[in-house]
Ligand binder design. Structure first.
Ligand SMILES: NC(=O)c1ccc[n+]([C@@H]2O[C@H](COP(=O)([O-])OP(=O)(O)OC[C@H]3O[C@@H](n4cnc5c(N)ncnc54)[C@H](OP(=O)(O)O)[C@@H]3O)[C@@H](O)[C@H]2O)c1
Length: 295
């Protein structure tokens, strides 16, 4: 089974983006991402630090605002509005999940669609659905880069996606059913009957359900390509930290049946930030009347 590693693709994507940021800067266009983090969620703090670091590596300005968990909805909306109106800021990212009782949907919909680099706003999802995408949500976009880089055929192929979230499964299914991907897509979720049987039809199986190693050998059609988006931490007394990260797929278990698969960690994980940076660069280009940057 071929190992589809993220490091074979995304460092090069980031290098191209750094060059583009430098080119834009020479023509007087700066690129800046504003990130809002509310509360103390440890995973969110790690994600935000990692976005800040990547911005620095690419020459993208980052403005990170850390707010206490007690921040009110009105205060948060006011800050988003301030960033919407600030011409120096090209992209706005509110780190989710937000602490209760903040209304996540209202906050995400308050972000100007022109600066919605996560592509969570219904306006941008509507454009994507109509085949007119300006931004593409980062993780589905990352998966498309794996398919493109490895020239994995999708046209006329049967693709099964596990998980129907707005951040991954649903936009992934829409994109792959559109041109130029032209796949026949089945979108599965927790109410899907005979899940393993559905999955065994897939030429390409994409899992994003957050269930550690639920996808076993029995789910795989011989020769299928498997993309594992899941990130799950499980207890492991043999590991120095007492736990380790696994995907939604039993990577070792499927090795005798699948033709290629992404490992976890080391696969899709690093793609999301790279594609976020791509969206931020494009937001700056669009704001200055330029077309999307070709990767
Ligand atoms: N950068 C990255 O690599 C990245 C980015 C995003 C997400 N992720 C990971 O991807 C996984 C999914 O994330 P998400 O935000 O899309 O998840 P989510 O919002 O929790 O949605 C999970 C989806 O999986 C479905 N599901 C749950 N259990 C299932 C089962 N036993 N059989 C079939 N379907 C099942 C749910 O069905 P219902 O709709 O019926 O509830 C739902 O559609 C998580 O492990 C997350 O950490 C990774």
């Amino acid at each position: 089974m071929q190992r589809l590693a993220g490091k074979d693709i995304f460092p090069q994507v980031q290098a191209k983006l750094a060059e583009e940021v430098a080119r834009l800067s020479e023509s007087g266009i700066s690129v800046t991402l504003a990130v809002i983090l509310v509360g103390e969620d440890p995973a969110s703090q790690i994600y935000v630090a990692s976005k800040e670091r990547t911005c620095g590596e690419l020459g993208i300005g980052s403005l990170v605002t850390r707010l206490p968990a007690e921040t009110t909805q009105a205060e948060l909306l006011e800050l988003v509005q301030q960033y919407n109106e600030d011409p120096q800021i090209n992209g706005i990212l509110v780190q989710v999940p937000l602490p209760a009782p903040l209304d996540e949907d209202e906050v995400l919909q308050a972000i100007s669609p022109d600066k919605d680099v996560d592509c969570f706003h219904p306006y941008n999802l509507g454009l994507l659905t109509a085949g007119l995408a300006r931004f593409v949500p980062c993780t589905p976009f990352g998966v498309l880069q794996f398919l493109k880089h490895h020239q994995i055929p999708t046209s006329g192929k049967k693709i099964v996606i596990l998980g129907r979230s707005n951040i991954f499964g649903r936009p992934m299914s829409i994109l792959l059913s559109q041109k130029p991907w032209d796949a026949t897509v089945t979108l599965c979720h927790s109410r899907t009957q005979n899940l393993a049987e559905e999955c065994r039809q897939a030429d390409i199986l994409i899992a994003a359900i957050g269930k550690p190693m639920l996808v076993t050998k029995d789910f795989i059609k011989p020769g299928a390509v498997v993309i594992d988006v899941g990130i799950n931490r499980i207890a492991d007394p043999n590991h120095p930290k007492g736990s380790r990260v696994v995907g939604d797929v039993d990577y070792e278990g499927i090795a005798s049946v699948a033709s290629a698969a992404t490992p976890v960690p080391g696969g899709v994980g690093i793609s999301t930030i790279a594609m976020l940076m791509y969206n931020v660069v494009n937001a700056a280009r669009f704001a200055n009347g330029l077309e999307a940057f070709e990767l």
